[in-house]
Unconditional design. Structure first.
Length: 364
């Protein structure tokens, strides 16, 4: 298949491109590089064995998107392009609504006009809000607590309605929990701009000496060690699930909503100890007051994905920490870092692009 990957230069999107290529699928990327880096593209070429077709555009640019679909025939789309920081979404909700929801509407219109009716949507466990029970199943109550989660839930509802009233469309909503790790090669991984919003990249930067100490929010939860418990999933397992879901859509034509997680909760201190073992370094940390809105534990029931897709997580906590540290140690400054002696991949390196891909637009 020829698959268009929106946001394909991002953390999860890049790993999905590698997984797609490994299954023999042809990949094209659209990304505006608001939350990603051009330096990933030469590395994707190394991992996939060929230059990656990438167009720099914002999916809200309907004319540019229509031109792309008119000039290139795609069999399906995997949609990652979105703003994704929970805290930032609370500060700038309208920007998140515009970017994440309007971008999806624009993409769906372009797909419909071009007759492309298979979509894998990158959703999130944030659609569950504060779960009433764990493990969380797909039929749990949906109750978002922040604008970012709202955009994911609204987009799920949009594509569900589309599938209901246009049976030719088939969409897979993939609700994943806490993606971590990196490709085992160390060539691609998570490269957050500014202060990391998530635990693992922050731990990596503390281990590398870029940050002095990790603050652990809450040490008095009713959990195994008093710290919050979450379901961490290796990004390589997560990427594989996207290809499984895409092939399921192509084979069956039936829509799908599934959780993607390991089904096991891991506490903050458990993750810290595993990372210290993987890196051989101590992680200075201090336990501070809980953050408002945080819950004691959240982890998935991934059994539906196992039954329907034949998918389950294969890589455990040790592999997550090992691969995250391998990426961080090889790339202390992210995609600005040297990948191997004599080879430097700069974030400013221009990607392979097609005609009309000169302008970088905000969002996406």
């Amino acid at each position: 298949m020829h698959v268009l990957v929106t946001g394909g230069a991002g953390f999860i999107g890049a790993h999905a491109c590698v997984a797609l290529a490994a299954r023999g699928h042809r990949v094209s990327i659209v990304d505006n590089f608001a939350n990603s880096c051009r330096g990933v593209l030469p590395r994707l070429a190394l991992l996939t064995g060929s230059a990656v077709d990438c167009r720099c555009l914002d999916i809200r640019d309907r004319a540019a998107l229509a031109e792309l679909f008119a000039s290139t025939r795609f069999d399906a789309v995997i949609h990652f392009a979105a703003l994704k920081a929970v805290g930032e979404s609370c500060e700038r909700p309208l920007e998140y609504f515009d970017n994440n929801i309007c971008g999806t509407v624009s993409l769906l219109q372009a797909m419909s006009a071009a007759g492309v009716r298979r979509l894998v949507f990158s959703s999130s466990a944030t659609v569950y809000g504060t779960p009433e029970a764990v493990p969380v199943r797909e039929d749990a109550r949906l109750d978002v607590t922040n604008p970012y989660g709202r955009t994911k839930l609204v987009n799920e509802q949009l594509v569900d309605d589309l599938c209901r009233f246009d049976p030719a469309f088939a969409v897979a909503n993939l609700r994943y929990f806490n993606p971590v790790g990196a490709h085992p090669s160390g060539l691609i991984g998570e490269d957050p701009g500014g202060i990391p919003n998530n635990l693992m990249p922050y731990v990596c930067q503390v281990a590398a000496g870029r940050r002095a100490c990790l603050r652990v929010f809450g040490g008095d939860y009713p959990t195994i060690d008093g710290t919050g418990v979450r379901d961490y999933i290796h990004v390589v397992d997560l990427a594989r699930a996207h290809v499984d879901a895409l092939e399921y859509l192509m084979d069956t034509g039936r829509p799908l909503t599934v959780n993607l997680g390991t089904g096991r909760g891991i506490s903050v201190l458990e993750l810290l100890r595993a990372f210290e073992y993987a890196s051989g370094r101590q992680i200075p940390h201090e336990i501070v007051h809980r953050r408002p809105g945080d819950v004691a534990e959240v982890y998935a029931d991934p059994s539906l994905a196992a039954r329907v897709l034949g998918w389950k997580a294969e890589l455990g906590l040790d592999a997550m920490c090992r691969d995250a540290w391998h990426w961080q140690s090889l790339n202390p400054d992210g995609y600005l870092s040297r990948t191997r002696p004599g080879q430097r991949v700069a974030a400013s390196a221009r990607p392979p692009v097609t005609a009309g891909a000169d302008a970088v637009l905000r969002g996406g």
